[in-house]
Write a protein of this length. Structure first.
Lengths: 328, 336
């Protein structure tokens, strides 16, 4: 099967959706002529023309607010807010408008927009260009929050996101853009809301999102050498949350470690832990462990940022502690 | 006064009637507030009726309006019945979104009303997006976006107007300058001379006009709409007016302001002014004025009765319409 990068897979999804549906268009800062801050939309202007992809002023609030208005009028905007950190500026449009339109219109219309966000650390971009913002948005009814970890999922999930009649937050990890993976040719969708077991196992369940799926897989490989069989679940979306896949795995393994790049405190891992504690408490052989960032802003210097970001070794340590806890 | 000259006698009477209907609606709910029944805290638009009615009269059904929090007349002129508006004020199941949205920010896609925002100013960018869609769809509809002088101080005013200017969008920004941002007078929240001149900075025309003169408003909006339909872009209209009630019914009208100021503006009342003009030209007579008043009172009586007799939404309504229906090939799984 052919291989594409995560970036190319996203670009292919955008191209295909714009070509199949007249209502779809892309807008954002430097998305057209410059091809996006991470080159995701490179070349699309020449292929699709200036009415289907265009540059906007540096106005995150207006980009998302206008996407909401256009969506209400029957368009299917894909709004890019470049760095996920900038959602703070667009938060009102996302939280108070996009998310609530269908409800406040009494079901008459909805706001089918996609907000694409590049998130995550590891590029020495410091505190304002590196954050993982998913849990800021996870407490907002009306939103759908997608976090693809592989090129194949990125393509299929983005196509589904563009087609759903509801607003979707689409979080792309910056360090994944260059990663390669098999992406089959032609048209396919990945339904949003289905977690994917990226590696089966029966000793411990590791639930992860985005780049942390890759870190969890690395941890699982080294744990295998110690005789610990880890099952790695890629949530793919945190809203909807695929509780069944998580619960089914924990019922089998009896151990749970949750990994995300956002700070542990207040992070989405707490929600996953609560679901499992509530619905599969009897299956747990040890306390649940969470792996995430510490309670600090994201620092600039490489030594500091490395200390900040969750690593494979952190996951390995957490797994050992839960497995050891039940053995002891 | 080209556009106003083309208004027929019937148009003039209808415009007058819309203003009276708006006034009576607002007066009645302000009077009923605090006595049980009215749930929506009234943010009265009395004194500002010429702006909503003058701007919306003559728009097409699919021209969209984005009401401010003080544009009751816009809903009525756009075809939302006094019954539905009143049921919304009473928070009944027969109101907007079956009781899940207020009447003064309600949306109605069929009648061309965009859902407003409780965060004043935030609706500007949404209105701009609706205009963007009209342009991309090559439809010659326009958006009329209402907001107040308070909202014009939000960052969204700048982002929205700049965006509209850059893309030459078919939108008319109607700034209702009533001299107050909640309880703060213009002199305390604005150091500039006027808002209209801000349009220059966004590359489109802006003008200040008498917002209590329904013909001035109608004329300016019709001209701006013609410009917008011709692809010439946005217009900012700063309509000078005054609200008789306070920001909302929590405070009496005279709180934090000089009662003489209210009286001065009542002498410039937009409804009395239009009535005098129409009587002078013989379009209105005492008998017709009385007939219109009686009809409007009856319409509001009926709306109140309808609202009072309508049930509240059942608790199950809470869970409906959080998400639009999705096919399983796109989204699976439980939402909560």
């Amino acid at each position: 099967m052919r291989e594409l990068t995560y970036r190319e897979a996203i670009r292919e999804a955008l191209r295909e959706e714009i070509q199949r549906d007249d209502r779809v268009f892309i807008m954002g800062e430097d998305v057209a002529v410059a091809g996006g801050a991470f080159n995701v939309t490179q070349g699309l202007l020449a292929e699709l023309g200036p009415e289907r992809i265009f540059d906007t002023p540096l106005s995150e609030s207006a980009i998302v607010g206008a996407a909401v208005g256009a969506a209400l009028m029957g368009m299917r905007p894909v709004a890019e807010v470049m760095f996920a950190d900038f959602t703070t500026i667009a938060m009102d449009a996302i939280v108070n408008h996009a998310a609530k339109m269908h409800y406040m219109y009494g079901g008459e219309v909805s706001a089918p927009l996609v907000v694409r966000l590049a998130y995550g650390g590891g590029m020495r971009f410091a505190a304002h260009h590196s954050q993982s913002v998913e849990s800021w948005l996870a407490n907002v009814p009306g939103l759908t929050i997608v976090m693809p970890a592989t090129p194949a999922d990125a393509k299929g999930l983005l196509k589904a996101a563009i087609r759903t009649p509801n607003p979707v937050i689409f979080l792309e990890h910056k360090l994944l853009y260059n990663t390669k993976g098999e992406v089959r040719e032609g048209e396919y969708l990945v339904p949003i809301g289905q977690a994917d077991i990226k590696r089966p196992g029966d000793g411990v369940t590791i639930v992860a999102t985005g780049l942390m799926v890759d870190r969890a897989l690395g941890a699982a490989r080294s744990l295998a050498r110690e005789g610990i069989s880890a099952e790695v679940i890629d949530l793919r979306s945190i809203q909807p949350l695929d509780e069944e896949t998580i619960l089914g795995s924990v019922e089998k393994t009896g151990h749970l470690v949750i990994v995300h790049e956002a700070p542990v405190r207040g992070g989405f891992g707490g929600e996953v832990a609560a679901v499992v504690a509530n619905k599969a408490f009897g299956y747990l052989d040890a306390p649940i462990q969470r792996v995430g960032a510490p309670w600090t802003p994201i620092p600039f210097s490489p030594t500091l940022e490395e200390a900040y970001l969750p690593k494979e070794s952190d996951i390995v340590t957490a797994v050992r502690s839960v497995v050891g806890a039940s053995a002891g | 006064m080209g556009y106003s000259d083309q208004l027929t006698e019937k148009d003039l009477i209808q415009m007058y009637r819309w203003m009276v209907l708006t006034r009576v609606f607002e007066d009645r709910i302000c009077g009923l507030w605090g006595k049980g029944g009215v749930v929506e805290l009234p943010h009265g638009s009395q004194g500002q009726e010429a702006i909503a009615v003058g701007a919306c009269y003559g728009l097409r059904q699919q021209d969209h309006v984005m009401p401010s929090l003080r544009t009751r007349g816009a809903f009525l002129v756009k075809g939302i019945s006094a019954r539905v508006q009143m049921a919304g004020v009473y928070a009944k199941v027969t109101g907007p979104a079956r009781g899940k949205a207020t009447a003064h920010h309600m949306g109605d896609a069929e009648r061309g009303v965009l859902l407003g925002s409780g965060i004043v100013g935030a609706s500007i960018t949404v209105a701009v997006g609706a205009a963007l869609a009209f342009k991309l769809q090559r439809r010659d509809n326009v958006v009329v976006d209402f907001f107040g002088d308070g909202a014009a101080q939000r960052g969204d005013f700048h982002e929205g107007l700049n965006f509209a200017g850059v893309f030459k969008l078919p939108i008319i920004f109607v700034l209702e300058n009533n001299g107050y941002s909640e309880y703060t007078p213009l002199s305390k929240h604005f150091a500039g001379s006027d808002f209209a001149c801000r349009a220059q900075g966004y590359g489109f025309p802006g003008m200040r006009l008498d917002g209590n003169d329904i013909f001035a408003v109608y004329e300016a909006v019709q001209a701006a709409a013609a410009r917008a339909r011709a692809g010439e872009g946005p217009t900012l209209l700063e309509c000078m007016t005054y609200r008789y009630r306070n920001h909302c019914e929590v405070q009496p009208p005279e709180a934090f302001r000089d009662p003489a100021e209210i009286e001065q503006w009542q002498a410039k009342d937009p409804i009395a002014r239009m009535r005098a003009q129409l009587m002078q030209r013989g379009t209105l007579t005492d008998a017709l004025v009385s007939k219109i008043t009686a009809e409007v009172e009856a319409e509001i009586d009926d709306a109140i009765q309808y609202a009072e007799e309508s049930p509240f939404p059942a608790p199950e309504e809470l869970y409906k319409d959080v998400y639009a229906p999705e096919s399983p090939e796109l989204v699976v799984g439980r939402r909560s």
